[in-house]
Design a protein around this ligand. Structure first.
Ligand SMILES: [Zn+2]
Ligand SMILES: [Zn+2]
Length: 268
């Protein structure tokens, strides 16, 4: 196994300038999949190469269905280790090995991600044939990837280590926040972002329950987006109790907040 814990980012050698171009959810369900959607994962196109945020069950097959070339997925940002966010990570890495896709991949996440992977690989008799880098966000909270392209991480409040990520390409920013209750630092972290992706696990009127369960409601998400002056808000991580009809009525700044599984361009 080629295994590295690195302190500098492996994306530096990509060569081409990195631009945030589009986002596509591979799953938007929170906690449990539904017949409409897998649990949380999304693909961000950064100029012909791709990063994933989270890697839920079915991510591998959803990537194939979306015609994403596996060799161009060079990074996976894991928010936290709840299975609805990373239940597909070991299978993804394993299937990539089985089909002999040898491209290097860098995994970002909480500091227990590394031991989780090592333990799984050991028990499952899996010895990856391609390089895997692991970057631990409790050690460093900001990386400059290439010229102006930076990634910041913020530990959110979810009862276990969980990170929000802010991607900035020198021109525009995408801030991805899932599985957290409202807390002060979140507002500063997401201030003036172009695209804000926020979880809204609970429907309106369930703010107290959302807070108690370390989550947000739809109205919490709208309030955060407005307060931080986000240009666009996209919601994700819905509990099965939120009907798709009620989601289709939610808008912010003239745009729908629910985009389903459609690829959406980030043209600001
Ligand atoms: Zn979750
Ligand atoms: Zn969670």
């Amino acid at each position: 196994m080629i295994w590295r814990i690195i302190s500098v980012c492996a994306l530096i050698c990509l060569g081409k300038s990195l631009m945030l171009e589009s986002i596509q959810f591979l799953g938007y369900s929170g906690g449990v999949p539904t017949t409409n959607s897998s649990t949380s994962s999304c693909v961000i196109d950064i100029g012909g190469s791709f990063v994933l945020v989270d890697c839920a069950e079915n991510t591998f097959i959803n990537l194939i269905k979306g015609k994403y070339p596996l060799g161009k997925i060079h990074s996976i940002f894991i928010t936290h280790l709840h299975p609805d966010h990373m239940g597909g990570l070991i299978p993804f890495l394993f299937y990539k090995h089985v089909i002999r896709n040898q491209s290097e991949i860098t995994l970002y996440g909480p500091d227990n991600l590394e031991s989780y992977l090592k333990t799984n690989f050991e028990y499952q008799g899996f010895n990856p044939s391609y390089p895997i880098n692991v970057i631990n966000f409790s050690r460093q909270m900001e990386y400059q990837i290439q010229n102006d392209f930076t990634i910041k991480a913020l530990m959110v409040v979810h009862g276990l280590p969980c990170f929000a990520y802010r991607f900035y390409d020198g021109n525009k920013s995408l801030t991805y926040v899932t599985d957290t209750r409202k807390f002060d630092q979140l507002y500063k972290f997401a201030q003036d972002t172009d695209l804000l992706v926020l979880e809204s696990t609970f429907p309106d009127g369930m703010e107290q329950r959302a807070h108690d369960k370390f989550h947000l409601s739809i109205s919490d998400a709208l309030e955060i987006a407005k307060t931080v002056n986000a240009k666009r808000l996209i919601l994700t991580h819905f509990s099965p109790r939120i009907g798709q009809n009620s989601l289709s009525n939610v808008s912010y700044n003239g745009h729908p907040c629910f985009i389903g599984l459609q690829k959406t361009k980030l043209n600001y």
